[in-house]
Design a protein around this ligand. Structure first.
Ligand SMILES: [Zn+2]
Length: 269
């Protein structure tokens, strides 16, 4: 083999394969977004745990598992207690061109009676309208930090989201990702299964990758709130999230991989 043919063959190997085939060989690139931070504390537990701290702790554990077990490249929107506006999280993510985006949050109920009663896991992906009252409330709470010009309610927001849904092809995969993670979370923790839900979350809108927002539990519940602060429970959650991501990536890579017959066959019969 001459040097020239060797170079040509190498070029063919490097550039001649479909993008999805090359994608299957490189490490996954994942953006992990711990909710809130700085002055934006998010929800609070009865004993005073803050969502901004719990979401960061769990996100850091998720990163560890994704790096160690999947060999993924993980990029955090924040890795310390800092304020980070929602638009900057979206902008950061899109610059990274990730394979997927995970936003990690804790939920909360507004009244004494519901705080005492409601606990469990919810996993969200973006939609223009909320699945139910729970989803509506979660989106309203998490969108409270969004810029007011693109407020969480109203026709302009709806149009904005619909435009974005049309633009992105990642929406179907967001649903797949949500189910893959949610299943693992419920199985690993035995937590109350409040379902995979859809809602107009600001931070999911505009992310140009499969994107989910995970409410890992109700910080406002006396027992679940305390549990969310414990390292062993955080580990369970982080392990389950990483397993869900692994399952999702395996599924889409298998789907997107070129079938041998398709690769060999000419474009036209
Ligand atoms: Zn939150």
């Amino acid at each position: 083999m001459t040097l020239r043919s060797l170079v040509l063959a190498s070029a063919l190997v490097l550039f001649g394969l479909p993008a999805s085939s090359r994608a299957a060989e490189r490490p996954a690139r994942i953006v992990v977004d711990p909710g809130h931070g700085g002055a934006q504390e998010g929800a609070t537990s009865p004993s005073g745990l803050l969502e901004k701290d719990i979401s960061l702790q769990i996100a850091q554990r998720v990163r560890e598992h994704l790096e160690k077990e999947l060999g993924a490249q993980v990029l955090m929107t924040r890795d310390e207690d800092q304020s980070l506006p929602l638009p900057e999280r979206v902008e950061f993510s899109n610059k990274q061109r990730p394979d997927l985006f995970l936003s990690i949050h804790c939920n909360a109920m507004p009244t004494k009676r519901t705080r005492a009663r409601v606990q469990g896991l919810e996993t969200y992906f973006l939609s223009a309208s909320a699945s139910n009252a729970t989803a509506r409330a979660a989106a309203d709470r998490e969108n409270a930090e969004a810029p007011t010009s693109r407020g969480a309610r109203g026709d302009s927001t709806l149009a904005f989201i619909l435009h974005d849904l049309a633009r992105t092809e990642a929406h179907q995969d967001s649903s797949r990702l949500a189910y893959a993670i949610h299943q693992k979370l419920v199985a690993a923790t035995g937590g109350s299964d409040r379902g995979v839900l859809q809602a107009p979350f600001y931070v999911l809108n505009g992310v140009e990758a499969p994107a989910v927002l995970i409410e890992v539990g109700y910080l406002s519940h006396p027992e679940e709130g305390a549990r969310l602060g414990r390292p062993e429970h955080q580990e369970k959650l982080a392990t389950a999230i990483a397993e869900g991501v692994r399952g999702f990536l395996a599924e889409v890579r298998k789907r997107d991989a070129p079938k041998p017959a398709q690769v060999a066959a000419p474009a036209t019969p």
